[in-house]
Design a protein around this ligand. Structure first.
Ligand SMILES: Nc1nc2c(ncn2[C@@H]2O[C@H](COP(=O)(O)OP(=O)(O)OP(=O)(O)O)[C@@H](O)[C@H]2O)c(=O)[nH]1
Ligand SMILES: [Mg+2]
Length: 336
């Protein structure tokens, strides 16, 4: 009984689990952020599910799925999927789409597409486009509506803040610039508006394919309104200084806002195309089976209803036949 209860609890938790897919370039801080969101603080915590490192080559070689709770809060179950960053030197890029596709078909849905970017890099390069393309191949364009961006390596201490303000690169202005560059529209005062792409994305404006791809993905991201109405961007510094009051306050603040977004997307999961196709096929098979069963039941019902009627008809026919035969005999004057 207790085990049953535990299994039920487990199933309910699974149903509610907010699933996050971390994407981004190699070294952009995906694994570090994933560990942090699951409540692993120390950089070298051996129990942390994802391995992070400062190595030049991609540290994460395989897609890994880890389940836990948002900052270990048991009322907030999450599932984090950490991907290798594209653009490594090990030639793994080609396998990326098929491996990601397999993993997605297994996990079935994603609530949040969490795009990690190094806050010190304002260019979006070819590898990031490639990753977005893979996502599109698997999910269709819909997952882009559930996108959140996080800038790593964006320290919030006083000195860093001051330095950025002085160089005109505050978080607000950074976001505004990107927004306007991508949408070619003036950003209104909506504080949640998402700076879709970074400054001076690397695409080659003379290359038709690159231009097409840029515009394509741009339209998707701006145009879809099924997930979050405005795409938020955060700068949660996964390695903030716990002794710096400003950093701690900012970290907790951003953490809170991030969870609110996750929660909003919890009821708007996005499914891979393959999962949807399978679901539709199962539904159709089920409907066909039900139809067949219904036809069989109807046939039996008609048969059952027809039986007494047939008996009546047969009886009436017999009577008529006997009557006709009697008449006939009379005509022939056959004596009985
Ligand atoms: N200061 C600071 N450093 C960070 C932050 N996030 C990641 N780093 C550092 O950046 C380096 C790369 O981080 P990873 O988490 O391994 O990056 P990744 O995106 O998982 O990289 P791949 O697995 O290679 O794709 C590590 O040295 C981290 O300590 C951050 O928010 N702030
Ligand atoms: Mg990694």
């Amino acid at each position: 009984m207790e085990t049953d209860q535990m299994e039920t609890d487990q199933m309910e938790t699974d149903q509610m689990r907010v699933t996050l897919l971390l994407i981004g370039k190699t070294g952009s801080g995906k694994s570090t952020l994933g560990n942090r969101l699951l409540g692993y603080c120390a950089e070298d915590d051996q129990n942390a599910p994802f391995k992070a490192s400062a190595a030049v080559n991609s540290e994460t070689a395989h897609i890994k799925v880890a389940e836990g709770f948002f900052f270990r809060d048991e009322s907030k179950p999450i599932r984090v999927i950490d991907c290798p960053g594209l653009g490594d030197s090990e030639g793994r890029d080609d396998q990326f789409t098929s491996t990601l596709s397999d993993t997605m078909n297994e996990v079935q849905y994603v609530n949040v597409l969490l795009w990690c970017r190094n806050g010190q890099e304002d260019r979006i390069d070819r590898d990031e486009w490639k990753q977005l393309k893979s996502i599109q191949d698997i999910f269709g364009k819909y997952l882009f509506a559930n996108m959140i961006m996080n800038l790593s390596k964006w320290a919030h201490d006083e000195k860093s803040n001051r330095k950025r303000e002085q160089s005109g690169k505050s978080f607000r202005s950074f976001r505004k610039q990107i927004w306007e560059k991508v949408t070619k529209r003036q950003m209104d005062d909506d504080a949640n508006a998402f700076p879709v792409f970074a400054l001076d994305a690397l695409y080659d404006e003379d290359d038709d394919i690159e231009v097409k791809e840029f515009n394509n993905i741009k339209e998707m991201i701006i145009g879809i309104k099924t997930g979050l109405n405005a795409f938020p961007v955060f700068a949660l510094d996964a390695l903030y200084d716990e002794d710096d009051d400003i950093e701690v306050k900012e970290f907790n603040n951003i953490k809170e806002m991030m969870w609110n977004c996750f929660q909003e997307l919890a009821s708007k999961p996005v499914f891979p195309k393959a999962v949807l196709e399978q679901y539709i096929a199962d539904q159709e098979a089920m409907a066909a089976k039900l139809e067949q069963e219904k036809e069989e039941a109807d046939r039996k019902k008609v048969e059952a209803a027809a039986t007494p009627m047939l008996k009546e008809i047969k009886k009436a026919q017999k009577i008529a036949l006997e009557k006709a035969a009697a008449e006939y005999r009379k005509q022939l004057d056959i004596k009985e």
